[in-house]
Write a protein that binds this ligand. Structure first.
Ligand code: NAD
Length: 265
């Protein structure tokens, strides 16, 4: 028996998948909140959880945004040096490709079953897999964002010979689009997250430890407004006890199986 089949033969997982499929069939505006767990099977380590980045290297400093605002040029110099020295997480993201879980999320969207994905991931893999209705609440590693007008640009098109780089539209300073500790979530992203959460008649979390705010609030808010909550995560989280359906399996196994169930009329 394959490892994958073993997950699907677990009666609790199979029952959870059937219940989730029934909820998706009844839903008109399903919204998903995704965390680092979705990309774990693409070889990108999570922050939390067994073997995560925090386990191995400790928690990062929490003054990133303060350092950036104090001296953006120095921050860019340090960021470029850090990349050149090679960071384990950056290298893993650069080498990664979407896994069956990402493709299943895109399938759900294209089948008209999933209206929107709010992702905490910065790795761009939803877009590579074909999802389009996506809000990246923590930004995207391959983009920069103007801290004045909010315009985003592909990092590879930005000249880094004079630091800090600036926005051609308004002259504001560019920073990497990835939201740092202490940095406010960009307004367009946070507005989209609340708009979608309030519109949700079904909410699904995938691979998130649900402890990073404000993202962790969205499932709670949707549930309070009457949307059933589905959790896909091999480990327990603070959301598990309020979830209507819990699927304790890796996303790369559970989500394709959910798509298969929804393909059957
Ligand atoms: P997290 O690292 O805090 O938690 C990951 C969760 O995924 C855990 O609950 C774990 O049980 C679960 N998980 C592990 N493997 C899984 C699998 N195969 N299928 C389903 N679930 C699985 O992640 P978080 O909740 O997203 O929050 C942390 C922050 O980490 C976010 O802000 C995000 O920006 C950042 N982050 C992003 C990436 C990425 O872009 N891929 C990677 C690491 C961290």
């Amino acid at each position: 028996m394959t490892q994958l089949q073993a997950w699907l033969d677990d009666p609790a997982v199979a029952a959870g998948l059937r219940q989730a499929a029934a909820l998706f069939r009844r839903s008109r505006h399903a919204v998903a909140l995704v965390g680092a767990g979705l990309s774990a099977e693409s070889g990108i380590p999570t922050y939390r959880g067994a073997g995560g980045v925090y386990d191995r290297f400790g928690e990062p400093t929490i003054d990133g945004w303060e350092l950036f605002t104090q001296d953006p040029a120095a921050w860019w110099e340090a960021a470029i040096a850090h990349e050149a020295a090679g960071s384990a997480l950056s290298a893993a993201i650069d080498a990664a490709a979407p896994n069956p879980g990402h493709y299943a999320m895109a399938d759900l969207e294209h089948m008209g079953r999933l209206a929107h994905t709010i992702t905490q991931n910065i790795d761009n893999l939803h877009f590579v897999a074909g999802s389009r209705q996506v809000t990246e609440i923590h930004g995207n590693r391959y983009r920069v964002r103007c801290i004045e007008c909010g315009a985003r640009e592909r990092l590879e098109t930005v000249r880094l010979d004079r630091l800090p780089p600036t926005c051609p539209s308004c002259g504001g300073i560019y920073k990497n689009d990835v939201v740092m500790f202490g940095e406010p979530i960009p307004r367009d992203a946070i507005e989209a997250c609340y708009r979608e959460t309030l519109a949700a008649d079904l909410f699904m979390t995938v691979g998130t430890s649900a402890v990073v705010y404000p993202a962790a609030d969205f499932p709670v808010l949707a549930k309070r407004r009457g949307a059933p909550l589905i959790e896909v995560n091999p480990e327990e989280t603070p959301l598990s006890e309020i979830a209507d359906v819990v699927i304790r399996a890796p996303a790369g196994v559970a989500l394709p199986a959910l798509v298969d169930l929804l393909l059957v009329p």
